[in-house]
Design a protein around this ligand. Structure first.
Ligand code: 3HC
Ligand code: NAI
Length: 705
């Protein structure tokens, strides 16, 4: 009718097709178009019932998320206008059958629930993912879903936000029939069977529930979704269905929805949503750049990373050859993989049979046999330039000329590594994070010779592995680890100045980090940095004029490398990862500070958060101006997916912009005065602060987001 929604008929059944690619979002015009079609069908006496279906790859994926920014920025004053349209559907005197394929999410499921019946293909999924955007369902989802699926299911779906599949939706009453062959034909057939006028409306159904159900849901959210407002708000809205009639409860839902939409958390989460997609848009690499098929991978090194990477590949259906230098190392690597799969089976993540199939896709070997027909060879051997060069020289010979050669190095120069090969254009970094089978981030490191096709393939491969690939430049530590250095440095300085390790960790955990920096350091191992510092000192490259952390090297000298040695900044009971404060470490901290003449003082949580997160943003700004990250949002995505930065704070660059770059810049200048040159402000930070801009403005000026 209006171009976004189409109307046709099939022998007495009206077919209303939403046609708003790519995901049939409820952009302006879509709800109006649906209502127009429903009214037309209602007015046509030859029409017995109506089928509502999505064109293209999916049913409605929800409200148009881009509209939210326009509402919160004041560019648009009206709300998304979906709820009244849904009432029109529900009030239709003829049966409306919703036909679901792909995903019916958010406003999409709300639209489906306003219809009188729902049929779905077996692969379809339905869900209320709004909490992932920091909001709650805003078109009666918190009222219709409990009436259809029951309060416990509605609480789960609206607080966690994960979709459920069609068979589950059938079991809990959201879907009325699964249609195996031909969705439209199945929906039409269903509609012909259900043309009788509807006597009752779902919305008039009364609900009851025990108060304990809501208390348990709130407790669960506080534990598992630490710091998030929207899941608690969704519970409030669902609870309103008990004490209020449908209309009043919907008004309550609308009020809560609006509060959430205007919250800082929602803005940050929406930034993260679009950021996760923006990282795939790479200036200079056309969308239609050919992408090579990766049907087989070969990995050198079956240690911590090689083993995890092998699992990541086979989990995505790509068979792997896994090479080691000794039988012992190979056996150890395979045993770890087996143990990890057994743990997944025990946790019920998949069956023994699936685990066995995946294990069978990994071929362990001590030679390069089998590397010749691999589409990608991944190097995950010890970190050392000489060894990397040796392995790449070998890979250059044993692989086919079309194969990609990828290094998992965390610090080394990709160009130097590529220089020993005959085709540096096929060399790239794919920097996984530990544990590689779990962590979602992959930094895709472009060397100066890496070809666009190899970059596009590595990015597509990351997606195929279920990861988020972010393209970064070739600088020491790339983006994530380069920024983590000042972050950890400040955490340690704060400890020397008077905060306990536990206070530093508690402040950042409270901020929302998955783990505090000191505990994270214990997990990663203190010895790696210690060895690098020793190496730099030997080469005379250590900046001894700058303040250096004092405690860590002393801990390393004592053999306290972190969790792996049972002690680091904290101590650990055998078999436990729980950090226990250690008075011995407190003494080392106090004596180190006293020797260095550092006056110990009370350090508050606010200072801890500012010093650590602004250190991230300042280094991030430097990385941006040096061109090692494409956009500020890329850095945010790296931190959210690789370093446990809370998505509801949008990442370190967004967080700094939200705090106000003027304020951040002033604090950085003050820290420079107090703590020295480490804090020299990045010129880009100064420039943005002085011109009243944000990192997002900077991104926008470069055509991102
Ligand atoms: N609004 C606007 N744009 C959307 C969108 C939405 N709801 N959903 C997806 N898009 C865009 C993406 O940004 C992307 O754009 P791009 O090509 O320019 O980067 C494009 O559609 C394709 O999306 P994906 O790359 O994510 O495609 P996939 O096939 O991998 O995934 C999907 C499809 C599962 C639907 C996924 O896009 C998704 O989860 N979308 C968001 C769903 C959602 O959160 N819905 C709730 C919205 S809030 C709401 O409905 C409020 C209501 O209660 C009133
Ligand atoms: P690791 O020490 O656990 O494993 C390295 C493995 O490589 C060893 O098993 C060793 O026997 C094997 N190896 C050495 N030479 C080989 C060769 N010529 N052919 C095949 N195998 C060989 O090391 P880890 O931690 O897995 O690191 C591997 C790489 O990944 C390094 O470059 C490291 O910097 C990087 N990395 C490590 C992370 C971590 O958290 N451990 C995170 C991200 C990157």
């Amino acid at each position: 009718m209006n171009g976004l929604v189409k109307y046709s008929t099939d022998n007495g059944i009206a077919i209303v097709t939403i046609d708003n690619p790519p995901v049939n979002a409820l952009s302006p015009g879509v709800p109006e178009g649906i209502v127009e079609c429903i009214k037309r069908a209602e007015a046509d006496s030859s029409i017995l019932a109506i089928v509502l279906i999505g064109g293209g790859r999916t049913f409605i994926a929800g409200a148009d998320i881009r509209e939210f920014g326009k509402i919160t920025s004041g560019e648009k004053t009206r709300d998304i206008g979906l709820a009244p349209a849904l009432l029109e559907i529900e009030n239709c005197s003829k049966a409306v059958v919703c036909a679901i394929h792909g995903t019916a999410l958010g406003g999409g499921l709300e639209t489906a629930m306003a219809c009188h019946y729902r049929v779905a293909v077996p692969q379809a999924k339905v869900g209320q993912p709004e909490v992932k955007l920091g909001i709650i369902p805003g078109a009666a989802g918190t009222q219709r879903l409990p009436r259809l699926a029951g309060i416990p299911k509605a609480l789960e779906m609206c607080t966690v936000g994960d979709p459920i599949n069609a068979p589950d939706a059938l079991a809990c009453g959201i879907v009325d029939r699964i249609v195996e062959d031909g969705l439209l034909a199945g929906a039409i057939a269903f509609a012909r069977e259900h043309t009788a006028p509807l006597k009752t409306r779902e919305r008039n159904q009364k609900l009851t529930a025990d108060a304990a159900v809501f208390a348990a849901a709130r407790a669960e959210v506080r534990k598992k979704q630490r710091g998030l407002m929207a899941p608690l708000a969704a519970i409030d809205a669902i609870e309103a269905s008990l004490s209020m009639g449908f209309e009043e409860a919907c008004a309550k839902e609308a009020e809560i929805f609006k509060q959430c939409l205007f919250s800082d958390q929602s803005k940050a989460l929406i930034h993260a949503f679009f950021g996760e997609r923006a990282v795939n848009k790479i200036p200079g690499i056309a969308k239609n750049t050919p992408v090579r098929e990766i049907a087989k991978a070969a990995i050198a090194g079956a240690g911590t990373m090689g083993g995890g990477i092998a699992m990541a590949y086979v989990n995505a259906g790509i068979p792997v050859i896994l090479k080691e230098t000794t039988q012992d190392a190979l056996d150890r690597g395979m045993a770890t993989i087996r143990k990890n799969y057994a743990a997944s089976v025990e946790r019920g993540r998949f069956t023994r049979q699936v685990a066995d199939q995946r294990l069978a896709m990994i071929t362990p070997t001590l030679s390069y046999d089998g590397f010749g027909d691999a589409d990608i060879a991944v190097e995950a051997v010890f970190e050392g330039m000489d060894l990397k060069k040796k392995v790449f020289t070998e890979l250059d010979h044993v692989t086919s000329p079309g194969a990609i050669l990828a290094s998992n190095t965390s610090t080394l120069d990709i160009d130097q590594i590529a220089s020993v090969t005959s085709q540096p254009q096929r060399v790239i970094g794919t920097h996984f994070f530990s544990p590689a089978n779990v962590m979602k981030l992959v930094e895709v490191v472009r060397g100066k010779a890496t070809s666009p096709e190899v970059i596009a393939t590595a990015m597509a491969l990351a997606r195929k592995l279920g990861k988020v690939g972010v393209l970064v430049g070739n600088c020491h530590g790339f983006v994530g680890n380069r920024m983590v250095a000042p972050y950890l440095r400040e955490a340690q300085f704060l400890v020397e100045e008077g905060a306990s390790p536990r206070e530093v960790d508690a402040a950042l955990y409270g901020f929302g980090m998955a783990m505090g920096p000191i505990a994270m350091h214990d997990l990663a191992g203190l010895d790696v940095g210690w060895r690098i510092r020793q190496e730099l000192a030997r080469e005379g490259k250590l900046h001894t004029d700058l303040r250096q952390p004092l405690v860590e090297d002393r801990l390393c000298v004592m053999g306290r490398y972190g969790q792996k040695t049972g002690a680091g900044w904290y101590r650990y009971e055998a078999g436990s990862r729980a950090p226990i404060p250690d008075p011995e470490v407190d003494e080392i901290i106090a004596s180190s500070a006293s020797t260095a003449g550092i006056a110990r003082r009370a350090v508050g949580a606010e200072e801890i958060i500012e010093r650590t997160t602004y250190a991230l943003a300042n280094e991030g700004a430097r990385i941006l101006e040096e061109g090692f990250a494409l956009r500020a949002v890329d850095i945010d995505i790296i931190y959210i997916f690789g370093y446990g930065f809370p998505a509801h704070r949008g990442g370190p660059m967004w967080h700094a912009s939200a705090a106000g770059l003027r304020k951040v810049y002033d604090r950085v200048c003050e820290f420079e005065r107090l703590h020295g040159e480490h804090w020299r402000p990045a010129p880009l930070l100064r420039e943005l602060a002085e011109s009243g801009k944000t990192f997002e403005d900077w991104d926008r000026a470069r055509g991102a987001e």
